[in-house]
Design a protein around this ligand. Sequence first.
Ligand SMILES: Nc1ncnc2c1ncn2[C@@H]1O[C@H](COP(=O)(O)OP(=O)(O)O)[C@@H](O)[C@H]1O
Ligand SMILES: [Mg+2]
Length: 481
Amino acid sequence: MAAGSVTARSEPEEFAAELRALYEAAGRPTYAQLVHQAGKRQPPVKFTVQSLSDWLRGVSVPNKPDKVEFLATYLGALASERGHGVHGAGWWEDLHDRAQKAKRASRGGRPSTRVRTSAGAAPARPSGGSRRFFNHLLDYHIEKFAGRDGEVRAILDYIDRHDRGYLFVDGFSGYGKTSLLAVLVRQQPGYLYHFISQRYKTPGGSFDPTRLDDLLSNICEQLEPARDAPLGGHALTVRFLEAVAVDRDTPTVLVLDAIDEVDKHPSFLLGLLQKQLPRNLFILLSARSQGDRSYLSEVGLTPGDIGLRVSLGGLDADAVRNLLLHHAGTAGATLGQRDGFVDTLCEVSAGDPFYLRFLIEDVEYGRLTPENIGQTPSGLYPYLEEQFNLFCRHADGDLHFEVVGHIVEAPGPLHYSDLLRLVVRRKPDMAGLLASGRLNQVLKDVQRFLLRTGEDWQEYTFCHNRFQDFFRKKIKYDVAS
Ligand SMILES: Nc1ncnc2c1ncn2[C@@H]1O[C@H](COP(=O)(O)OP(=O)(O)O)[C@@H](O)[C@H]1O
Ligand SMILES: [Mg+2]
C-alpha cells in the first residue's frame, strides 16, 4: 500500500487483527493449549476453542476483560521470549473496551469506523517468522510432485556459476510454477521467499500475501533478521530498496512466486526490482505465460534483464510413472508397472500437471483403472465438464450450488462456521439439518476440488484458480440459465 493511503478498520476488526498478530508472534500455540492454560488460572478463565477461533477471526469480541487479560499476558510472554515487543495489559484493556463499545453500537445499526493512514501509528505487525505463513502452501504443492529435475538443476547451476542475476520461471496456469518453487525452497532452506497467492489471501487478516506491505516486511525480515523493519508505507519501501541494494558475501536467493497475482494495476512491484542487482543477490521470479507478451514488462523488467529463463511445459512419461509409483498408493504402484498405462495417462492428460493431480488421486482411490481409463475425457476441460455434471447429479435442490457458490466468490479461504452462517441465512428452514451434518456431506461431495487450510483445517478454498474460474463460470451461466 502506498504511503498515505487510508484503510478503514472498525475497532472490533482492529482488536481481532491485533490479537492475531500477537498470536502469530507467540508462535501459534494450539487453541487447546490456550483453553487449558486459561482453565488453570485462579480463578479459572473459561472459554472454548470455538470462541477463541471466533475472536481471532473477528467474528466476535470477548465478552469479559479477564479473557483478554489472560490472552495478553500468556501470549505476550511467549511472544517476548521469541524476541517480540508486546503491548501491556492496559493497552489491551483499552482496545478491548473500544471494540466492545463499537460492537454494541453496531448492533444498534451504527458501525463505528476509525480511519487511519497505513504509514501512521499502526501497532506491531508480527515481525519474524512471517514466512511460516506459507507452510501449508508448501506442504500442499510438495505432497505429490515429480519430474522437473532438469529445471531444478538449471536453476541451481545458474546460481552456482554466476555472481548475481534474475531467474524467471514461466508457464501456463496450473503447469507447476508454484510447485517447482515450493520444492526448491524446501530443498534449499537458506532461500528467502514470498508466494503472492490469491488463494491464501486473508483480507483484513494480520498477513495477506497479496498486499505490498506484507510482502515487503516479510522479505525485509528475511534479508535483515536482526533489524526491525518499519511497519509500512514509504518507510518500509525505502528499507526494502536499501536491503536489496547491499552487496553480499555469500549467495542470497530471493524467491518471489506469482508476480502476476498482484491484483493492483499498475503492479505495486513496478520500480521495486532494480535492473542491476548487487553482488551475490539472485532474484527468482515466476509468472504465467501470456501468449507473446511477457509479464516482466509489468514489473519494469525486460527479457534482456533475465539471466536464466525456465519455461515449464507438460510433465514427461518418467514424471507420470514416478507419480503413479510413489504418489498414488498401492493401486498406483501396481498400475505403474502395467504395460501401456503410463502412456495412456500421458495421452489423456497431455502432461498437464494440474489434470494429472486429479487423475493420480483417482488412481489412488480406485476410481481410475485400466478398464475405465479409455473413457476418461482427453484434456482437462472435458474432464472438468464431466465432473461438473456428476456434481450436478449429486446436488439435492440447490444446496450444493449455494455452498460452492459461497466458496467460489469468497475473496480468500472461508471458515466452516462462516460458510454455515452464510448458507443458513439463505436457507433458514434448513438450519438444523445443515448444522447436524448436511453441510459436511455437501463439502465431502466436492472435497477433491477444495483445499482445507487454516489453523484448525476448517477453512475452505478452491485447489487452484484455474478450477475456481471454471466453476464460477459454470455456476453463473449454466446453472443460472
Ligand atoms: N511437478 C509436478 N508433479 C506433480 N504435480 C504437479 C507438478 N507441478 C504441479 N503439479 C500439480 O498441478 C497443480 C498446479 O500446480 P501449481 O504449481 O499450482 O501451478 P501454477 O503455479 O503454475 O499455476 C497442483 O495441483 C500441483 O500439485
Ligand atoms: Mg502458482
